[in-house]
Ligand binder design. Sequence first.
Ligand code: GLN
Length: 550
Amino acid sequence: MAFSTKFIFVTGGVVSSLGKGLASAAIGALLESRGLTITLQKLDPYINVDPGTMNPFQHGEVFVTDDGAETDLDLGHYERFTHAKLGRNNNFTTGKIYDSVITKERRGDYLGGTVQVIPHITDEIKKSILLVAKGVDVVIVEVGGTIGDIESLPFQEAIRQFKSDVGKENVLYVHLTLVPYIAAAGEVKTKPTQHSVKELRSIGIQPDIFLCRTDRFLSKEIKAKIGLFCNVDLDQVITAKDVETIYEVPLVFHQEHLDDKIVELLNIWTRAPKLDEWERIVEKVKNPGFSVNIAIVGKYIHLRESYKSLNEALCHGGIANDCKVNLDFVDSETIDESSCHQRLEAADGILVPGGFGARGIEGKMNAIAFARKEKIPFFGICLGMQVGVVEYARNVAGMEWAHSAEFDEATPFPVIYLMREWFDYKSQRVQKRDTTSDKGGTMRLGAYPCVLKKDSLSYRAYGKKEISERHRHRYEFNNAFKEKLEQAGLIMSGTSPDGHLVEIVEIADHPWFLGCQFHPEFKSRPMNPHPLFVSFIAAALAYKNKRAAG
Ligand code: GLN
């Protein structure tokens, strides 16, 4: 088989959290800026079939793609940095690979053979990589975990074999490593990199390019030393310097000639890179004209990774308004009616993000009531919208004890509930679910169409009538209470095309109060900021100015 597609494998050494996902995304951005078409894939060594059921405290955000896959948060970086269209084939875990091998084994596909890691698991991994290779110039595959981990070995073996399968001229190995500065010695240290490469070589992989994560630009001497020990030329050693904003990563890599080296080694002819848009974004992030404070009232505030896409979308909304967005993470469990005012006083906008479970719900409700009454811009996302509806039902529409059935099954007013049957636009079938449904597979997931009401805040923000947004939730707005809530002033400004699923709610006598059942943060890009975030930050800025004017 002849291959025209090129493959770049990105591995990581020494320690985790060096930013392999961002590095892979930045490589994608640079190659796109040279006119190449690319895609990205993440291989995750853990046994979970997907991150959908993993705790955000442990694993960070679950990123959702248009096709409804629950994926690793690195796919969020890939989508924000590039134009790659990602879906379920762009993220494979050990669990997913074994799942399909075991299914085949049970079906008898291996004809009685002994099923082993090599070749059966490694073959399945290689097949999964090829699934995304169609129609693109370059596939960038990020291998999760750190070299030396037991659990990532089958993936490493598979990418080693891959080179002889597709031809050595089509494969490049990039290794991200740590080059720490040791203050006591007054110098950077290359030993951890040497050890990490020794590990890689012992499994048969010689990296072609080293990305050295460090706090300063590496001198020629240091690069030469790494080159000597690790068997590459000096210009194959790239400084991956710490940056002020993640959107600077492609620029720093380019300054170090990473993209030149990649196209040279892979023997690809491209145009010169066009990076002016990246420069504009970085300039805007670094030198904003204004600033606003946004309070994020949620449960997972101790691990910022849990709200990755949300933080980025707020930053994008800021870029569009020439505005720095200061994020104040507020633990919803600490907000009661009396502390609300003091804790949220400095906020120019209040946002309640998505979430699962009852913890901190009353605090979120207090924060929403505060935003509603004080006319502070409020943005409720998924759970944030649902709690907003509950708050409105209780405190404005007179439905005492109203709640979401997720938290109180016996409530007399289940304004948010588990819809037993609904028409699914994606499968074009009626879907059913109940309280006994499987946790891994009963959510409304991925892109769904939504129609906006003319003259609504949403319509003004989007500037069009039909939109598509990504979902990840079980519970829905209960139409039995629609009329009563409408009479009390709640506007259902976005619904599914058949009008059955309420997707956006607003209130009229408020400068900016909007809750959406979907997650708009997944579709925001630095160069194409999401309209709701642009509009929310503009409202926060207006609120701040109005307050300053007294
Ligand atoms: N827990 C709510 C539901 O399942 C909201 C989920 C979310 O915010 N993503 O419907």
